[in-house]
Design a protein around this ligand. Structure first.
Ligand code: KG4
Ligand code: ZN
Length: 348
């Protein structure tokens, strides 16, 4: 029996729809919302309105690209949590409407679990159990994944997420939102060892990025002379601007290097503690070229089998919702129309 899933993702500022047949993604259409750039971050109310405008054409494009008619859908999967509540509600209500109109089952998907399962989209796939470092704008987690429906968070950030560390650093450098991809771009030309930023001392498998952000702030306020608070080094706005302009690539490379080493040192610790060798990364920050290269090099050195989703399945996308929906369909894990979207969701 063939299974066709329509999936919808709308947790933040990307409206996306995907068609998956028997675990193969046939389309993954993503509409980005550029309106937030001028505000330096996602404005929730504007995101909801843009989702409302985008959702019909996005679903339509996903169906057309896959050459699938709406009547051929066996189930509708949607991101139920976590995310911006207004954004989640648009995708959730739309999914419920289609489910009601077609009389087809509805599947609620946890966005962070879907990021992990994006690693099951393409071959080769990791074997269970595997570890996944999930790094996005709102989360940083090490997940122990025993099966598509059994996952445990064994480490997470106690303050900022890795994506936030990239975006906030970029904002301090005067770069537009989202700054993560721009730091990645400038870092390619820079020397990662030129400037030293501290690695936080956090017990166990948890992460912390807020101290790094503060040290970058002081470093720039001091025009690179120190990354501690020093009144005597305090530069005026003009001096600070000139320092950034003259050293942008090295600053970006050094910041990126520190974020990547914080992430990978904890991932290595998790691999040693669990004895697991199949290791994945996922989430928007896994699109970072420095992280991808360093992760693969570490994997080679330590004898890991490493997996990274294809680029289009790293940042927010409905393909990952579709693959998760497919596994939930096989388990008969459906919800009814009374299901509510939730900004914060317990890990299930
Ligand atoms: O997973 P995602 O698309 O959305 C959330 O669920 O948060 O992740 C978005 C985050 C943003 O912080 C963005 O700056 C970061 O991923 N990001 C990157 C890169 N591409 C996206 N960070 C560093 N380098 C990149 N190439
Ligand atoms: Zn995400």
């Amino acid at each position: 029996m063939s299974v066709t899933i329509l999936a919808i993702e709308s947790s933040c500022d990307e409206t996306s729809a995907s068609i998956c047949i028997d675990g193969k993604i046939l389309s993954n259409f993503i509409a980005n919302q550029t309106i937030h750039e001028q505000y330096g971050g996602v404005v929730p109310e504007l995101a909801s309105r843009a989702h409302i405008q985008n959702i019909v054409p996005v679903v339509d494009s996903a169906l057309k690209k896959a050459n699938v008619d709406l009547s051929a859908i066996d189930a509708i999967a949607f991101t139920q949590a976590p995310g911006l509540i207004g954004s989640l509600l648009v995708g959730g209500q739309f999914a419920k409407s289609i489910s009601l109109a077609l009389n087809k089952p509805l599947i609620a998907v946890h966005h962070m679990q879907a990021h992990v399962l994006a690693n099951l989209i393409n071959d080769p796939k990791p074997s269970f159990p595997f570890l996944c470092l999930t790094v996005s704008g709102g989360h940083t987690q090490i997940v122990l994944c025993e099966s598509p429906s059994s996952m445990k968070v064994i480490g997470e950030t106690i303050d900022d997420a890795a994506g936030e560390a990239f975006d906030k650093s970029a904002k301090i450098l005067g770069l537009p939102y989202p700054g993560g991809p721009l730091i990645d771009k400038y870092a390619r030309e820079g020397n990662p060892d030129r400037f030293k930023f501290p690695e936080p001392r956090i017990e166990g498998l948890n992460f912390s990025f807020s101290g790094l952000k503060t040290s970058i702030l002081y470093f720039l306020q001091n025009a690179g002379k120190s990354n501690l608070y020093k009144e005597e080094f305090r530069a005026n706005e003009e001096e600070k601007k000139i320092f950034i302009e003259n050293n942008l690539a090295d600053i970006c490379a050094s910041i990126q290097h520190r974020i990547v080493t914080i992430l990978l040192n904890k991932l290595k610790k998790a691999a040693v503690e669990t004895g697991i060798n199949d290791i994945c990364i996922a989430g928007g920050v896994s699109a970072n070229s420095g992280l991808r290269t360093a992760f693969q090099e570490m994997g080679k050195d330590l004898g890991w089998n490493t997996y990274i989703p294809a680029f289009e399945f790293c940042t927010d996308n409905a393909g990952m919702i579709a693959i998760t929906g497919y596994y939930k369909y096989l388990e008969g894990n459906f919800v009814d129309l009374t299901v509510s979207s939730s900004a914060r969701a317990e890990w299930k």
